[in-house]
Structure formats: structure tokens, C-alpha cells
Design a binder for this molecule. Structure first.
Ligand SMILES: *Cc1c(COP(=O)(O)O)cnc(C)c1O
Length: 387
């Protein structure tokens, strides 16, 4: 089953035994799960995956749940990798692919992370979960908590897309709408969690959401027959997907599944909230908080991310880049991709398209390169904000 070994702080290198409840490292950094990959390698091979369930749990050896009866699954992961030939031709690319994360339960890739986190909560005996969310994480937490029979408390900005609010309510969560941003919601959870007995499932404040998200990296490798793409465009908020995929590539290399070649990682943000792009442009290792964050891409409205240094590290190490896109551009991109591919991008995923156009025009991406852009949720969840 799982080869989970211990949790390690990427900042101060302290390690902690698995099997206990953790939040952040006392030094303030997120903790990352490590696996005994040497021990796993002989028996865990690409061939081992044949016939396994078409969910992210096909990679269970490198996921943290030790007792399979604790896995709370709604069928998350192993989403389609769609060849976008017409859109590619339009942009001057021969090999463009869309990783279609709308196919996940609750219609967004947040299902992956929260599936892992809720499964681990069950394994560790946690019963009350709280989350600050820009929207999709709330829906996903509420769904998995309901499926597990656990309680969830959700804090979202009051202008979150209606679909996110409705789904959390339908799943029986305790929903509070907050006048402010996700960072304000995070403050409320932090202030009240001890008195209320909540476990804080904020992005990277618990160690397992990223483990669910990293399966996107395993899937890309498997779907491309163990040869990674040249470029990955990722709409970045808290950055778990970016950090998670980067971690997955390292784990797969240690397992002997791939070589040292890596995709160039492109972080895409909205011009109305682009702390990572600004930090990248200044060559910084950490991002300054963004003031007056504003964008209809609610998942990208994250003015301060606790994993900023890990995101920037992945971008620099991969010789990637970071691009900011105006809301007007991304709204146009939703229609373009809908027309050419029959895929209804969410505003966050749509941000990848103008970024891609710019990078092709600048010659940063060449026509023959294999490029993957992430559509992180279904456009159908945003009907009210897209009007
Ligand atoms: C949360 C979210 C993002 C940002 O993901 P991170 O991994 O936190 O950077 C992007 N798109 C959508 C639709 C989201 O819900």
C-alpha cells in the first residue's frame, strides 16, 4: 500500500514521524510528505498500474493513506488529456493538449487535494474540518466530508460564484460568507479553530492536499507514455498543483519511471492579482502580498500564498516563467476555446490561453514543442460571474 515515511520541512529540514496530526512546521513552512521510494521501486512499476481503478488512487503507493478503508473516493483524478488540434493550429502549435480537470467530482481539480486531505483526516481520527476558500475548495471539502460523514465549516468571500456556495450548502457544510478576500477568511479560521475544535485544511497548512494534487504530474507522465511535455501552463493561486507536480516529477525519477528532463513550468495569474509573476520578474525567492486583489478568476484571487517560495523554486529550477493576463483577455479566451474545441474553460484555465499566445509570439515556445495547459474547473460553475 502506501510507502509514506515521514513529513519533512523544506525550509528547516526538520522531519516528523508519519501517523500524527500536523499543521505547519513550527518554523512557519508547510510540511511535505516523503516516501520510501527505494523500498517501493522494485515492486511499484509503470506496469503495476495496468487494470487499476481510473482514479488518482492508482498511484496509492505514493499517496499517504495507509489503511485503504480510509479512502473516501468519489472517482477523482485520471482526467482526460485532450489533444487541442484546432486551438493549437490557431496559436501556431502542433502539439497542444488540455488537461481537462472539469471531469473531476464537484467539477474542479480541488477534488484531488481534498479527497486526500479528508481521507487522511479520517485515518487520523479528525472529525471537524474548516477551510477558507475562493470557491472550488469549499465545494470539494464539503463533498468529501459529506461522503466521509465528517463535519465541515466553510468561509468564502461573499462574491464567490453562486455554484460554489450552493454546492457547499447542498453537501451540508456550515457556510459563512465573508466580506473580503480568501486571506480574510483564513484569518477567521485561524482565530476560531482552537476554540471550535476545527482542523484547518487551508492550502498547504496541512500536508496532504498537495499529495492529491501531485497526482496530476503522475497522470501526465502516464498519459504521455512516461515522457513529460516540454511546457506546462498552470493557473496559479495557492500553487499546490505547481508544487505538487514538481514533487511528483522528482518522485517518479527516484522510482526510475522518468529521466532528469523536466517541463518548463509556467505560472499564469490574473493581472489583478499577480504576486508570483511580480516576484518572478524581480528575481525574488518569496512574493510580497498583493494589494487590492481583483479578478473574476476567483481561484486566482490569492494575494498571499504560504507556498510562494516553493512555487518560485519550481519555476526557476525548471527554467520556466510567469505571465499575468487581463480579465478581458481571459473572457475572450473562454469563447475562443469553446468555439474551437468544445471545452468550456473556467476563467482560471482560460488565463492560460492569452499567456500561451504571448509566449509563442515571443518565441519562448516553439511550434513543435509539446505543451499542456490546465483547465482547472468547469466553466459551468461560473455562469453568474461570466454574465
Ligand atoms: C484553486 C484554483 C486554482 C488555483 O490552484 P492552486 O493549486 O491553489 O494554485 C486554479 N483554478 C481553479 C478553478 C481553482 O479552483
Amino acid at each position: 500500500m502506501s510507502y509514506l515515511m515521514q513529513l519533512v520541512c523544506p525550509k528547516c529540514s526538520t522531519s516528523y514521524p508519519a501517523g500524527r496530526v500536523y499543521g505547519l512546521c513550527p518554523c512557519g513552512s508547510p510540511l511535505l510528505a516523503t516516501y520510501d521510494l527505494k523500498e517501493a521501486a522494485p515492486g511499484f512499476r509503470p506496469e503495476s498500474l495496468a487494470g487499476r481503478p481510473e482514479t488518482m488512487w492508482r498511484y496509492r503507493e505514493v499517496l499517504p493513506v495507509r489503511d485503504p478503508s480510509n479512502i473516501i473516493s468519489l472517482g477523482e483524478g485520471f482526467t482526460p488529456l485532450v489533444r487541442a488540434q484546432r486551438l493549437g493550429r490557431h496559436l501556431g502549435l502542433d502539439r497542444l493538449y488540455i488537461k481537462e480537470e472539469a471531469a473531476n467530482p464537484t467539477g474542479s481539480f480541488k477534488a484531488r487535494g481534498l479527497c486526500a486531505a479528508v481521507s487522511m483526516a479520517r485515518e487520523l481520527g479528525i472529525r471537524k474540518l474548516a477551510i477558507p476558500s475562493a470557491g472550488n475548495a469549499a465545494g470539494a471539502l464539503a463533498a468529501y466530508a459529506a461522503h466521509a460523514g465528517l463535519e465541515s465549516w466553510i468561509f468564502m468571500p461573499e462574491d464567490t460564484p453562486r455554484a460554489n456556495i450552493r454546492e457547499a450548502e447542498v453537501f451540508g457544510a456550515h457556510v459563512t460568507l465573508v466580506p473580503g478576500l480568501i486571506t480574510d477568511c483564513g484569518r477567521i479560521v485561524a482565530e476560531r479553530k482552537d476554540a471550535e475544535g476545527w482542523f484547518d485544511v487551508s492550502t498547504l497548512k496541512e500536508p496532504y492536499r498537495i499529495e492529491g494534487k501531485k497526482t496530476m504530474g503522475f497522470e501526465l507522465a502516464e498519459q504521455f507514455a512516461w515522457e513529460l511535455p516540454d511546457v506546462i501552463l498552470y493557473p496559479t493561486g495557492g500553487g499546490t498543483g505547481l508544487i505538487g507536480m514538481w514533487k511528483a516529477f522528482r518522485e517518479m525519477e527516484k522510482l526510475g519511471w522518468i529521466g532528469p528532463a523536466r517541463p518548463r513550468m509556467v505560472s499564469v495569474q490574473s493581472a489583478g492579482c499577480a504576486p508570483i509573476v511580480r516576484a518572478f520578474e524581480k528575481g525574488l525567492r518569496q512574493a510580497e502580498p498583493w494589494q487590492n486583489a481583483r479578478t473574476i478568476a476567483s481561484g486566482l484571487r490569492v494575494p498571499r500564498a504560504i507556498g510562494d517560495f516553493l512555487m518560485l523554486e519550481a519555476i526557476y529550477e525548471s527554467r520556466g516563467t510567469a505571465v499575468a493576463v487581463d480579465d478581458q483577455e481571459l473572457i475572450g479566451a473562454i469563447r475562443l476555446c469553446g468555439n474551437l474545441e468544445g471545452i468550456f474553460l473556467c476563467p482560471e484555465g482560460a488565463a492560460c490561453l492569452p499567456a500561451l499566445r504571448r509566449l509563442v509570439e515571443q518565441g519562448w515556445i516553439s511550434a513543435g514543442e509539446r505543451v499542456v495547459m490546465f483547465n482547472t474547473a468547469s466553466g459551468l460553475k461560473y455562469l453568474d460571474v461570466l454574465q
